[in-house]
Design a protein around this ligand. Structure first.
Ligand code: TMP
Length: 237
């Protein structure tokens, strides 16, 4: 296979950069070590996070593809780079929760750690200036963010992904507490995009309940790099 040349920088986000390729239907994702929390209020770096997150997302997206979840992933190109399908991102973050934590705990005044009777799926408008506010079907429709059918598809994928990942992580002694997904449109179809990593999931050790994700950075718990290394080791071994 000829070496793919990185084209112009199309977009730089908080954790990743996107580069054009000679094929207009494909782009290169480059994973950075930069970390932010609280909508950019807290900034830092997590050593080698980009390498670990690229590897973890590549592994999990290939696993989901083999379970018939369509994703943007094509193949890993290097330690920090992956080739992906160029999608139009739907500006809605889809959060699925199995256990009360984070903003749900703060909102409902329920202590972290309580298992929910069934998973909760929430929608947030991807809008940094507005602080990614929670939205529902009516907002999505009225603001032309997505159709009802697209939202139904994203929610049903989120619930299937939750089942697949919860079972997989359980084998690795990790509890999938909650996670955030992003989807895009490719050939008029909704497909999974973005990443699934300790940046976008809460993962607790199933024995010690130790936090193994970005909450270590958000809450200044220390041991951030080691947690990411351990999650990557457990997932890919
Ligand atoms: P929350 O409890 O802060 O609402 O977060 C729920 C899950 O979504 C958690 O696993 C972290 C993830 N998440 C992101 O990946 N990006 C975000 O911007 C937010 C708010 C949450």
């Amino acid at each position: 296979m000829p070496k793919l040349e990185k084209g112009i920088l199309l977009y730089e986000g908080k954790a990743k950069k996107l580069f054009a390729t000679t094929n207009p239907a494909e782009v290169i994702v480059y994973y950075k070590d930069d970390a932010t929390a609280g909508n950019g209020a807290k900034k830092g770096t997590i050593l080698n996070k980009g390498i670990l997150n690229n590897k973890i997302t590549g592994f999990l997206f290939e696993m989901l593809e083999s379970s018939n979840i369509p994703t943007h992933h094509i193949r890993l190109l290097s330690e920090r780079e992956a080739l992906v399908k160029k999608v139009n991102i739907i500006p809605i973050e889809v959060v699925t929760r199995n256990i009360v934590a984070g903003s749900l705990s703060n909102k409902l005044l329920i202590p972290e750690g309580e298992r929910l009777a069934c998973p909760i799926v929430e929608l947030y408008y991807k809008n940094d200036a507005a602080g990614d506010p929670p939205i529902n079907y009516y907002h999505a429709k009225a603001l032309n963010l997505a159709t009802r059918e697209q939202i139904d598809t994203m929610e049903s994928y989120a619930l299937r992904i939750n089942e697949i990942l919860s079972a997989f992580f359980a084998e690795k002694n990790l509890i999938l507490v909650d996670f955030k997904l992003e989807f895009g449109i490719y050939n008029n179809e909704v497909i999974l995009a973005d990443e699934i990593t300790p940046d976008t999931c809460r993962l607790w050790d199933s024995v010690t309940l130790e936090k193994m994700d970005k909450d270590r950075f958000r809450r200044d718990l220390g041991g951030v790099e080691d947690a990411y290394i351990e999650v990557c080791r457990r997932i890919t071994n």
